[in-house]
Ligand binder design. Structure first.
Ligand code: ADP
Ligand code: MG
Length: 260
């Protein structure tokens, strides 16, 4: 399989971007895909959630964007075979300002990813904003994966996100596509979750993945043990859902490749 670069984006915070990045990354890696997760959020939650402590983050995604460092120089291996990480620290929070005057500032990540091509899947965990960092991810990516929390107003922010995707297509990455919307934190006992799912499927059709991630306390506990839920509690509902999603996601990627 050729390399696929996926930006996991939604300008809303707390919708499951990082959780999806960690657990999709872990599931793909455990299935034997050579996977790289790029933590592009100054909060560094993906780095922490994979057990890469601040003291181990010698080179970060900030160096990758702003410095001469190559992708290889910024990689950290995780405890999961086949899963490596480019970590983030709070340094990244000034990137928008620091890079504002840089030439071709939206193509910085793309450039660095073009230098090395040995991972099959690259997942980029975006910050909760549609600023320079998320735009860098979209310019570098083949596709955008949108986690959508099954709650009221979930669909409202989507048009803004899609208009950013459109702008990126027009200004430097014409092949960028949205390859799916993943419903997260769904509570099957709650009518509202069901309503949001029905609305999303009616509005977005096949863009919405069949797999829905349920709200599951084991998923929310896992980060404090610095582990994906897949390792923290492999038999939990959350693990099962993320494994199923990873299979669906991988199948959809291949489909996209064949059509292209
Ligand atoms: P984002 O990266 O979009 O800000 P996170 O992935 O950090 O969102 O998720 C926000 C919070 O919700 C975190 O505390 C996370 O542990 C929790 N969470 C995410 N997915 C689930 C789930 N399926 N069940 C329960 N809690 C979840
Ligand atoms: Mg996050």
């Amino acid at each position: 399989m050729a390399r696929s670069i996926i930006a996991i984006a939604n300008q809303k915070g707390g919708v499951g971007k990082t959780t999806t990045a960690i657990n999709l990354g872990a599931a793909l890696a455990l299935d034997g895909h050579n996977t790289l997760l790029i933590d592009l959020d100054p909060q560094g939650n993906a780095s922490t959630g994979l057990g890469v402590e601040v003291g181990q983050r010698h080179k970060t995604v900030y160096d990758l964007l702003a410095g001469p460092e190559s992708l290889k120089e910024c990689l950290v291996e995780t405890d999961i075979p086949n899963l490596s990480l480019v970590p983030a620290t709070s340094d990244l929070s000034s990137a928008d300002v620091d890079l504002a005057q840089t030439k071709e500032r939206t193509r910085l990540l793309r450039r660095k990813l073009e230098e090395g091509e040995d991972d099959s899947i690259v997942l980029i965990d975006c910050p909760p904003a549609l600023g320079l960092l998320t735009v860098n991810a979209m310019v570098a990516a083949d596709a955008v994966l949108v986690p959508l929390q099954a709650e009221f107003y979930a669909l409202e922010g989507l048009s803004q996100l899609l208009s950013t995707v459109k702008k990126v297509r027009q200004s430097g990455n014409p092949d960028l596509r949205v390859n799916g919307v993943l419903l997260t934190m769904s509570d099957y006992r709650n009518n509202l979750s069901q309503q949001v799912e029905a609305d999303a499927r009616a509005t977005l059709g096949e863009l919405v993945f069949t797999t829905v991630i349920p709200r599951n306390v084991r998923v929310s506990e896992a980060p404090s043990f610095a582990q994906p839920v897949l390792l923290y509690d492999p038999t939990s509902k959350g693990s099962g859902a993320y494994r199923q999603f990873a299979a669906e996601f991988a199948a959809r990627l291949k489909l996209v490749k064949e059509e292209a």
